[in-house]
Design a protein around this ligand. Structure first.
Ligand SMILES: [Zn+2]
Ligand SMILES: [Zn+2]
Length: 370
């Protein structure tokens, strides 16, 4: 089958191409993509900060409809509305059995190679037969893609694809960081450094468990305004110095119970750690390039017993948590509509990435099928 896809040909070189897409093999599912969010991780590949094989179809935060299934697939059928899960864990390794499927090695290794778990990629250039890799076992910036059965999560009815797509990365990651990794309790104080797609969901999740105050820190005043709409009780404009002092001031000089870094830069990661009170938790959610090291004060570990930890994919169980988040949205509890502020065609990915980098959109959505 021929499909249109936005292909990363080489670093910083994106273009629309018609590709050949294989039929789904055993245990695989063909999904027509209705909406796909543009995430910072996609940009990390475009810029080369996250070195992955090219040519590659990016996009990992998607929703759509199952069109065909391969042999042995039992959890979904053609016609089912689904969200893509970019971390389809194996289900039987020690991490999966420990209840930590986000640490499963199987999807991590496949993602490094840009392929499905068996080592093949379903996309090819029709003229040459050259394989075109897929980002994180998904490849959502295409009209259709083929993913493992565990790479789709069926949606309860009532959530349109352009909202459901966000559940597949930014919402799952942000809410999980607060509810599962930091386990924020009512009346605990939080600070969120970086209010992009994930940061906004950290604020929203903190609001839903009645954390207070909820301090948003960002260098972009427009993003801080959006943050206020989604749960920030206080905002701190970054980039002028004094961010740490301001957070301490808002927490009686102690620092917050839980600080979250959602940018992926060592300076803001260190700020998150320094803004955490003794005994509190600093959670690193932002993805830094693989070669970057972090410097924090060593004395603070024994003397202040702070926890510095990270969180991958919201420490979630996608098959359990994505439907639960969809139900919260349907009940009017969880906001999705104001998270995605602008829609783009498949051939406008470059423009959407620029808008994300400039912070002129909350989340840019690509609508691959029209
Ligand atoms: Zn993402
Ligand atoms: Zn596993």
């Amino acid at each position: 089958m021929r499909v249109l896809a936005s292909v990363l040909r080489d670093y910083e070189d994106l273009g629309l191409e018609e590709l050949e897409l294989d039929d789904p093999g055993p245990g695989e599912v063909l999904v027509r993509i209705l909406a796909a969010g543009v995430c910072h991780s996609d940009y990390h590949v475009v810029s080369g900060d996250l070195p992955l094989p090219t040519p590659m179809v990016l996009g990992h935060e998607g929703a759509g409809v199952v069109e065909a299934v391969g042999g042995g697939v039992s959890r979904v059928r053609p016609g089912d509305a689904v969200v893509l899960n970019w971390l389809p864990s194996c289900g039987h390794c020690r991490y999966c059995l420990d209840g930590r499927p986000e640490l499963c090695r199987q999807p991590a290794v496949a993602a490094q190679h840009g392929t499905l778990p068996g080592g093949r990629t379903p996309f090819r250039r029709p003229s040459t037969g050259e394989p075109v890799y897929q980002f994180s076992l998904t490849g959502a910036f295409a009209e259709r893609t083929v993913v493992p059965e565990a790479g789709v999560v069926p949606l309860p009815p009532g959530v349109p694809a352009h909202e459901a797509a966000l559940l597949g990365c930014s919402v799952l990651t942000g809410t999980g960081a607060v509810w599962r990794t930091a386990r924020v309790q009512p009346a605990e104080s939080v600070a969120v450094l970086g209010t992009g797609g994930v940061g906004l969901n950290i604020l929203q999740a903190a609001r839903l468990v009645s954390a207070w105050p909820r301090i948003a820190v960002d260098a972009n005043p427009r993003r801080l305004e959006t943050a206020q709409g989604l749960g920030a009780t206080h905002t701190v404009l970054a980039g002028q110095g004094g961010e740490l002092d301001r957070i301490l001031e808002l927490t009686d000089g102690t620092g917050v119970d839980a600080a979250f870094e959602a940018i992926g830069r060592p300076e803001t990661m260190a700020l998150a750690f320094n803004a955490t009170r003794p005994g509190g938790r600093a959670v690193l959610v932002g993805v830094a390039p693989p070669h970057v090291d972090l410097r924090v004060n060593a004395f603070a570990f024994p003397s202040q017993a702070k926890t510095l930890t990270g969180c991958w994919y919201g420490q979630s169980w996608p098959a359990r948590d994505i439907p639960a988040l969809a139900r919260l949205h349907a009940a009017g509890v969880l906001t999705l509509e104001s998270l995605a502020s602008r829609r783009y065609r498949l051939d406008q990915l470059e423009e959407a990435l620029q808008a994300m980098l400039k912070g002129t959109v909350t989340r840019a959505l690509i609508l691959p099928s029209g």
